[in-house]
Design a protein around this ligand. Structure first.
Ligand SMILES: Nc1ncnc2c1ncn2[C@@H]1O[C@H](COP(=O)(O)OP(=O)(O)OP(=O)(O)O)[C@@H](O)[C@H]1O
Ligand SMILES: [Mg+2]
Ligand SMILES: [Zn+2]
Length: 306
């Protein structure tokens, strides 16, 4: 099957993106050209440190759509997109993040429009629309959970899922709604084998209406595909590995979810397994990673049922 490089649903041979998907991401119906080569990105990313509000270790750069909307250009300030190219450390991270974000969307996690894109040298990169920028460049305030917890960035791994729940219940404008959204993301993190959801990968975003909400999800990927025994970044009920059903239900209680609601969230993830596998099959991951990802979501979903 030929799959769209944005939504991963079927597409006629010959096209790379659905026009609707292009409109959603770029606001135009023709894929913009991108004037960036992988080889130059490292220097660019380094030059950007200090110029943008992007932090994080993986290389990434900020892009904007040029006035004629046909090319994506590197933007020191005010870029509406984030580009994450192939990394030197691990293979296929862009493909991994892209499919994981699409699985997240399938299970009702809010996420920004995203796609894979081919750079000038033929390599694949992940591109995502910024959710903290309004048209015209105005910026929405974003506070990550490291900041909310009063911790230094270097301490982003010293936390727990329970701490995240506390922060949401304390600072979100609609605490109960967002604690339920948080629980879904935390459970998703386990289901998809993500060992890098540290405190800086969760944020509250201040909307134009002044309300603080859990931001759309970002940086979701399956680190287990590249680090086989990877554990959770934040503990659940004091543990980072083999988090069983009971611990998830306890966490749900800390998020102030009723047991029936918690059960429903876990069931919804479990019931999405076949669809997740369809997305994995349609993804641009190499065959061995597809097989590993398939097994992972099957196994972890089955463990929740027990
Ligand atoms: N779509 C987005 N819109 C707005 N801000 C974003 C978006 N995606 C990421 N960010 C911000 O940029 C920061 C870095 O992005 P991201 O976490 O994806 O990169 P990373 O290099 O994988 O980070 P790390 O490996 O340190 O966790 C995030 O912590 C978040 O504050
Ligand atoms: Mg991150
Ligand atoms: Zn599509």
């Amino acid at each position: 099957m030929n799959a769209c490089w944005a939504c991963l649903r079927a597409i006629d041979g010959g096209s790379r993106y659905h026009t609707g998907c292009l409109r959603e991401l770029f606001g135009v119906t023709k894929a913009p050209a991108i004037d960036v080569e992988l080889a130059k990105l490292h220097t660019l990313a380094l030059a950007m440190v200090g110029h943008t509000s992007l932090s994080g270790i993986q290389r990434k750069i900020s892009l904007r759509l040029a006035a004629e909307s046909r090319t994506l250009q590197v933007a020191a300030d005010g870029g509406l997109f984030i580009l994450k190219p192939q990394a030197q450390t691990f293979p296929s991270l862009p493909e991994n993040e892209h499919v994981t974000m699409r699985i997240a969307q399938r299970v009702g996690i809010t996420m920004p429009p995203c796609a894979l894109i081919e750079l000038k040298d033929g390599s694949l990169a992940y591109i995502v629309k910024r959710f903290d920028r309004l048209e015209g460049g105005r910026k929405l305030q974003q506070e990550d959970f490291c900041q909310l917890a009063g911790k230094a960035p270097k301490d982003k791994y010293t936390g727990s899922a329970e701490l995240c729940a506390k922060l949401v219940l304390r600072y979100a404008s609609a605490p109960i709604v967002d604690a339920q959204r948080l629980f879904r993301v935390l459970a998703f993190t386990w289901w998809t084998g993500n060992g890098d959801m540290h405190l800086k990968n969760f944020s509250l975003l201040r909307g134009e209406d002044g309300m603080y909400r859990l931001s759309p999800a970002y940086d979701l990927l399956s680190t287990v595909l590249v680090i086989v025994d990877d554990q959770l970044a934040l503990s659940v009920g004091g543990t980072k590995k083999q988090v069983g059903r009971k611990k998830w239900l306890d966490l749900a209680a800390q998020c102030q979810l009723k047991p029936v609601v918690a059960e429903r969230v876990l069931r919804e993830l479990r019931d999405a397994t076949d669809d997740a596998i369809t997305l994995i099959e349609a993804s641009l991951l190499p065959a061995d990673m597809k097989a590993a990802y398939r097994e992972l979501v099957r196994e972890r979903a089955a463990a929740w049922a027990r």
